[in-house]
Write a protein of this length. Structure first.
Length: 80
């Protein structure tokens, strides 16, 4: 497998946790939504599993060292 695939898998797990945590806190902290928590929490779980790989696919290539090098080359050099 390619390096981007590995990065996407690992980042997807972290993104999934963040999306789920945000959704769960939102559902449980708003009283009107907390009444419907038995329906909304499974929905949050499904949404987090579906959305995480797509978001991770955008983040993973930016984690590679070669992409940071290009950004550093574009910065203007300062003389001290």
């Amino acid at each position: 497998m390619k390096t981007n695939t590995y990065l996407t898998i690992f980042v997807s797990m972290m993104v999934n946790a963040v999306i789920f945590g945000t959704g769960a806190i939102t559902v449980l902290s708003i009283p009107a939504l907390a009444e419907q928590a038995k329906y909304l929490l499974p929905l949050v779980i499904v949404i987090s599993f579906v959305a995480a790989p797509f978001i991770a696919r955008l983040i993973a290539p930016r984690m590679r060292l070669r992409n940071w090098r290009r950004r550093d080359e574009l910065k203007p050099k300062t003389v001290v």
